[in-house]
Design a binder for this molecule. Structure first.
Ligand SMILES: C[S@@+](CC[C@H](N)C(=O)[O-])C[C@H]1O[C@@H](n2cnc3c(N)ncnc32)[C@H](O)[C@@H]1O
Length: 394
């Protein structure tokens, strides 16, 4: 782990060294490391504004492919509103809005195609951790005359008040994770300490019993003989905190989570002995989180079983778990593909749109993302959602 050449990297390195030196055991967890390099107020990858999402950025998301993804989500949101008997206000809370493109596609579609009553009822709220991204979002999302849009923090939302839907696309994979390993047949944690002033991984007892409780929750035991010695993987405790917060604010309605990930048995397969941690830097994927500090994204896949089981403890019932491709097809993506042959589009446009639509449903790419929908205080009828009208392949 050599000293990085960039200034934000050097600042982060100094901060990390000082934090390690001042901690009682002279080490920090990997989750703390990831939290600093991604979200340090001044130098973190997301907070400093270095983050770049899109075809020319470090990584792209479904909304980078055009407006279809956001528009199809908007179809689902209006149906959720109808399912709840058209409450006014109806809150749509987008968490982790990136460069704001997804919000723009959703809001433009609702403004142009939504029913008058839906538009009047809608309160679109963005909860975003990065100040630099909030600025970008506010520049992009020029005032909508009829739609009420605001940026809020968790503490702005009173408990048990939100009727509507909390949703996120690729938020949970960006939350800091703990790294754990199987050492001498016990669950241990990977920390960072300093050896010759260099950040170095070291293994010791787990920093919190919540890590062991996490494996109990999902029914996985790394001490089992099928897991090889030094098996290493991640635990996203932050995702559980996040879900608890969402459940506490939601009075009635839905939580829609879209991300790449697996159910627990697939995530913690014995053969996946190096976990799922990966980095994105200038549109290349690699596996070294200790380079390009503050200049690269670090992510881990998400464990949908943990979200489902933890959600149950906080009154969130799983309504459905499907793949993005199937979800978007049920919301009308197939019709959009067919409409491309209606003679109204030029050839270049047809190729570009068709490619984007195919990418959104490609089971080996974005189409294979998981879509988890949980609900609180809903009748059986209110749980019937258009996006879940195709059988899940999971
Ligand atoms: C990978 S980006 C996804 C962006 C966007 N949803 C998209 O689909 O393009 C993750 C986003 O989540 C934000 N974020 C991370 N942790 C957050 C938190 N605890 N609360 C709110 N936003 C958060 C990041 O700043 C960033 O905007």
């Amino acid at each position: 782990m050599s000293l990085p050449e960039f200034s934000n990297s050097q600042q982060l390195q100094k901060i990390l060294i000082s934090e390690i030196n001042s901690s009682p055991q002279k080490r920090i967890t990997f989750a703390r490391y990831m939290n600093l390099v991604l979200y340090h107020q001044q130098y973190g990858y997301y907070s400093s504004g270095i983050v770049s999402i899109g075809s020319k950025g470090d990584f792209f998301t479904s909304s980078s492919l055009g407006k279809d993804f956001g528009e199809l989500l908007a179809v689902q949101f209006e149906q959720m509103w109808q399912n709840l008997a058209c409450p006014n206000p109806f809150f749509l809370v987008e968490m982790g809005a990136g460069n704001g493109e997804l919000a723009q596609d959703i809001l433009n579609f609702i403004q142009n195609e939504g029913s008058k009553d839906f538009i009047a009822a809608l309160r679109y709220i963005i909860i975003e951790r990065s100040p630099a991204l909030i600025k970008l979002q506010q520049e992009l999302l020029t005032p909508y005359e009829q739609i009420k849009l605001s940026w809020q923090t968790w503490s702005d939302l009173a408990p048990n008040t939100i009727e509507g839907c909390f949703f996120s696309n690729e938020l949970v994979d960006a939350l800091p994770v703990h790294l754990v390993t199987k050492n001498h047949n016990t669950l241990q944690e990977i920390y960072l300490d300093l050896q010759d002033n260099q950040l170095t991984e070291t293994v010791a007892a787990i920093s919190t019993k919540k890590l062991a409780q996490y494996f109990e929750l999902i029914g996985i035991d790394l001490a089992d003989a099928q897991y090889p010695p030094n098996y290493r993987t991640e635990v996203n405790l932050e995702a559980l905190n996040w879900l608890e917060q969402v459940a506490a604010k939601l009075k009635r309605g839905y939580v829609l989570t879209i991300d790449y990930g697996y159910s627990a048995d697939k995530y913690y397969r014995p053969a996946r002995s190096q976990g799922t941690l990966q980095c994105h830097y200038q549109h290349r994927r690699h596996y070294n989180p200790y380079v390009n500090l503050g200049y690269q994204d670090i992510t881990a896949h998400i464990n949908f079983t943990a979200l489902e089981r933890h959600g149950e403890l906080y009154d969130l019932r799983t309504i459905g778990f499907t793949q993005q491709g199937l979800f978007l097809m049920a919301l009308g993506l197939g019709d959009r593909l067919n409409q491309l042959s209606d003679g109204k589009h030029n050839l270049a446009e047809i190729f570009k749109r068709r490619d984007a639509l195919h990418q959104l449903i490609d089971p080996t790419g974005l189409g294979g993302f998981g879509v988890l929908i949980q609900g609180k205080n809903l009748t059986k009828q209110e749980q019937e959602l258009q996006g879940l009208n195709t059988p899940s392949m999971f």
